[in-house]
Write a protein that binds this ligand. Structure first.
Ligand code: NAP
Length: 304
């Protein structure tokens, strides 16, 4: 039986670790805040009190934490994975972080006798819960092959996109596209509400044409209801917009719309909305349009 240590059992990591249990892996979970381990244990996994304890007997280590410094801590920090895992262990980092940090960590992993894949995911909380994530993998092709069973237990679209860091570069592009999509959907909703349009009908027909998207399918209804329970937190998308704008700048690539959306994401965070779902970009559009973001009634036709 293959033992997988899973570090970071949050919105994404929790359900992903659960799928690995269902797929027959021996899963040992570690979470910084211990209470999140209980759900994994209930599902048939095991809990560990430290990273060292989780990875000690692991064949594969999976990581799903928020940002570059967190992954650096977990992997390269004192008593982290590089210090405590067995030689030859395959480390799969599902977190979305800076491509250059991933590439540097892959070198450190090699020096420690370990193997590191970057495998950031897309598909949101729904994708994690349904094991239908899209996974963009960077690293050595042989390691990619070795990771197949784990990747297939949590995702459906799994693609090796190049050497170490490439997965993170593709993920940065993913976040650029998703943020732009949500922002334009938010603007369209605000526009349509101002004209008193039947919103459910409008989203239905928009969803069937070229304006349709997974963003519209997954986020539209919640936006109409002003329900912004995460999901994917503004705080994390703000992190990702920082990654893509800085990587684009380094490559000499200009992303003007992305830069504007990055600013709007930063504004949402500055307005205290970092803990809301990224579909709360709608609140920013409402504010800019002089409308009350806390109003749930969608009939604004009198102010059009
Ligand atoms: P989350 O719910 O906040 O979970 C993050 C997990 O990481 C928590 O278990 C947290 O522990 C742990 N953690 C945070 N900092 C840590 C540190 N320094 N050392 C050890 N553990 C630490 O976040 P999430 O939504 O699952 O996102 C995780 C990653 O997936 C991010 O990179 C995000 O960009 C990416 N992602 C998220 C989504 C989504 O829809 N949510 C979709 C695709 C990709 P505590 O419980 O102690 O806080």
């Amino acid at each position: 039986m293959t033992t997988v240590a899973f570090i970071g059992l949050g919105i994404m990591g929790g359900p992903m670790a659960g799928h690995l249990v269902d797929a027959g892996f021996d899963v040992v979970g570690f979470n910084r805040t211990p209470d999140k381990v209980a759900a994994l244990v209930e599902r048939g996994g095991r809990g560990a009190d430290s990273i060292a304890e989780a990875v000690r007997d692991a064949d594969i280590v999976a990581v799903m934490v928020p940002d570059s410094p967190d992954v650096q801590d977990v992997l390269a920090g004192e008593d982290g994975v590089f210090d405590t895992a067995r030689k030859g262990t395959l480390v799969i980092d599902f977190s979305s972080i800076r491509p250059d940090v991933t590439a540097a960590l892959a070198e450190q992993a090699k020096a420690a006798g370990l193997r590191l894949l970057d495998a950031p995911v897309s598909g949101g909380e729904a994708g994690a819960k349904n094991a239908s994530l899209s996974i963009m993998v960077g690293g050595d092709p042989a390691d990619y092959e070795a990771a197949q069973e784990v990747l297939q237990a949590v995702g459906t679209t799994i693609v090796h996109v190049g050497p170490s860091g490439s997965g993170q570069t593709v993920k940065a592009a993913n976040q650029l596209i998703v943020a732009g999509n949500i922002q334009l959907l938010a603007e369209a909703i605000t526009f349509l509400e101002a004209y008193g349009v039947d919103m459910a009908a409008a989203l239905k027909v928009l969803g069937g044409g070229l304006a349709g998207s997974k963003v519209l399918d997954q986020k539209g209804e919640g936006m109409l209801a002003r329900s912004f329970e995460p999901g994917f937190r503004i705080e994390l998308h703000h992190k990702d917009m920082g990654i893509v704008t800085s990587a684009a700048r380094e490559a000499g690539v200009v992303i003007p719309l992305g830069a504007v959306v990055a600013q709007l994401m930063a504004s949402a965070r500055a307005n205290g909305e970092g803990g809301l779902d990224h579909s709360a970009l709608l609140r920013g559009v409402l504010r800019l349009s002089g409308r009350d973001p806390d109003r749930t009634d969608t009939d604004d036709s009198d102010t059009a």
